[in-house]
Design a protein around this ligand. Structure first.
Ligand code: GDP
Ligand code: IMO
Ligand code: MG
Length: 475
């Protein structure tokens, strides 16, 4: 029977059985930390999209954990952690993460994997890199983890799913069908590259996949037999975790339990609504939680966005408030802005309220959490972008849909006083300096949702709740 809906207000709801956490900027906002924190008082944590392009960091008592595929609730042994059907899963990476956690004494018995999630296969990784190399200066700066090619195969109906790992015959047939066009594509790309190199008289480029450029020997990583055998053995290891995860979410919600839907990547990397083509290949926005976990829109009670107190972006693409000066350098160094997945330096800049307001509306956010406030210490004044001005002088109060405008837009800033005291030790709003409180109020008023939580350091304890801590569980 459908659970009875509990009464709640739009903001600061005391009870929120279905809570979505999404990135409000370009990723790496600290979603992992927030999910870990909220997992304390929830029952099920579901990743609903993306793959191991994500890197989610949790710091507990100084000990660092980095997750790429495993939901950020995994450090709570009594919580069910789900990899939903919307995730693309590289089984070798997942098994590496499971082994790594076990070695650190973390119990992963409660990890459930959707039988319908698609698998990132070795050819997806090769194609991702080959595609980036081919694009040259126009490359997207993907994480080269095979995300785009895997989602493309899903849409082409050439994907291999987790459940296929459990039947060798089906697996072999599906790999054979999927492999053939990839071999051809990779062959063509390598012939093209060889020709270009010959013309340029260059040697091998760094970072390219080992391909058939030296000779025409087939790449052993693309051997049907080897790939099938290897994946059958992955299937044996993953089998105890494979489940009907949509049903698991329904059962939890119907029993009045709390489900946290964990987004990876972020709003401005959304395939439909982000800065296309400089985006990822999934939909990281809140609406996608329904598809990627298998629940209905009415199962979502709250949507919380996670944003940094400034902005970062890793990879190519427009970033209107980017700073290439000492302030940007300070954000990079104090914020340790190096990618969790690829180790790349993140581009840093001022907080962009035009983009943030867009993210709030697009996700139907009911609240925001602002992380890394501590990083802004000593930067005075603080700036926030409140509108854009196009090359032609037109003013944009809202996020422009036209990519040419966004690529050349100049942000106009509001200046707010900075603060020069440490905030790492603050645990209540009253312990934050008045300038920091004014900065947070300005953000909240501009984008029209309350800020519920502020991060003042990497550790899970380093947070300030604004208002009451939410009671996630049903009474
Ligand atoms: P995610 O991908 O959104 O989960 O974020 P990442 O883990 O990739 O990047 C966020 C980084 O900021 C991690 O290294 C976190 O440990 C760190 N972090 C999270 N919250 C805070 C905070 O409030 N202050 C500081 N200084 N670091 C934080
Ligand atoms: P989390 O979950 C930041 C970026 C890549 C690239 C673009 C496309 O840790 O916030 P892809 O490999 O997905 O095809 O790359 O998206 N990107 C991320 N940037 N955080 C992430 O995840 C990202 N996942 C992908 O840098 O620009
Ligand atoms: Mg990250």
């Amino acid at each position: 029977m459908r659970r009875a809906r509990r009464g709640r207000s739009r903001h600061n709801a005391p009870v929120m059985p279905g809570l979505v956490i999404v990135g409000a900027q370009w990723g790496d906002e600290g979603k992992g930390k927030i999910v870990d924190l909220l997992a304390d008082s929830s029952d099920v944590i579901v990743r609903f999209q993306g793959g191991n392009n994500a890197g989610h960091t949790i710091v507990r008592d100084g000990e660092k954990f980095k997750f790429h595929l495993i939901p950020s609730g995994i450090l709570h042994a009594d919580k069910v952690c789900v990899i939903g059907n919307g995730v693309v899963l590289d089984p070798a990476i997942l098994l590496g993460e499971i082994d790594g956690l076990r070695r650190r004494g973390v119990d992963v018995a409660n990890l459930k994997i959707s039988a319908n999630a698609h698998l990132i296969m070795p050819y997806h990784v090769l194609l991702d890199t080959a595609g980036e190399v081919k694009l040259g200066k126009l490359s997207i700066g993907t994480t080269r983890r095979g995300i785009g090619p895997c989602y493309a195969d899903k849409a082409l109906r050439l994907g291999i799913r987790v459940q296929d790992l459990l039947d060798e015959k089906i697996l072999r047939t599906k790999i054979r069908a999927a492999l053939e066009p990839k071999q051809q594509a990779l062959r063509e790309l390598s012939v093209r590259r060889r020709k270009m190199r010959k013309e340029a008289g260059e040697g091998a480029e760094r970072g390219e996949p080992a391909d058939q450029s030296a000779d025409d020997t087939p790449d052993p990583r693309l051997d049907l037999h080897t790939m099938t055998e290897e994946h059958v053995s992955f299937g044996h290891r993953l089998e105890p975790h494979i489940a009907d995860t949509a049903r698991l979410c329904w059962d939890a919600l119907d029993a009045g339990q709390t489900v946290v839907f964990e987004g990876a990547q972020a709003t401005l990397l959304d395939l439909d609504h982000g800065t296309y083509p400089f985006v990822t290949s999934s939909n990281p926005i809140a609406g996608a939680a329904t598809i990627g976990a298998g629940v209905g829109p009415t199962d979502i009670d709250e949507v919380w966005g996670v944003a940094k107190a400034y902005a970062t972006r890793v990879g190519a693409g427009p970033f209107p408030t980017e700073l290439e000066d000492d302030v940007g350098r300070q954000m990079l160094e104090r914020g340790q802005e190096y990618g969790t997945t690829t180790g790349r330096e993140r581009r840093c800049g001022w907080l962009d309220l035009v983009a943030l307001r867009y993210a709030v509306r697009l996700n139907g956010m009911t609240a925001l959490t602002i992380t890394k406030l501590d990083v802004l210490k000593g930067i005075d004044p603080l700036r926030v972008a409140v509108r854009y001005r196009s090359k032609e002088g037109a003013i944009f109060d809202s996020f422009p849909y036209h990519q040419s405008i966004l690529h050349s837009a100049e942000p106009e800033y509001e200046e707010l006083p900075g603060f020069d005291v440490d905030v790492e030790g603050a645990r209540s709003e009253a312990e934050l300096p008045p300038q920091a409180r004014a900065y947070l109020s300005y953000i909240s008023e501009f984008v029209g949702v309350p800020i519920r939580l502020v991060g003042v350091g990497p550790d899970r304890e380093q947070v300030v709740w604004i208002g009451d801590e939410p009671r996630l569980q049903a009474a």
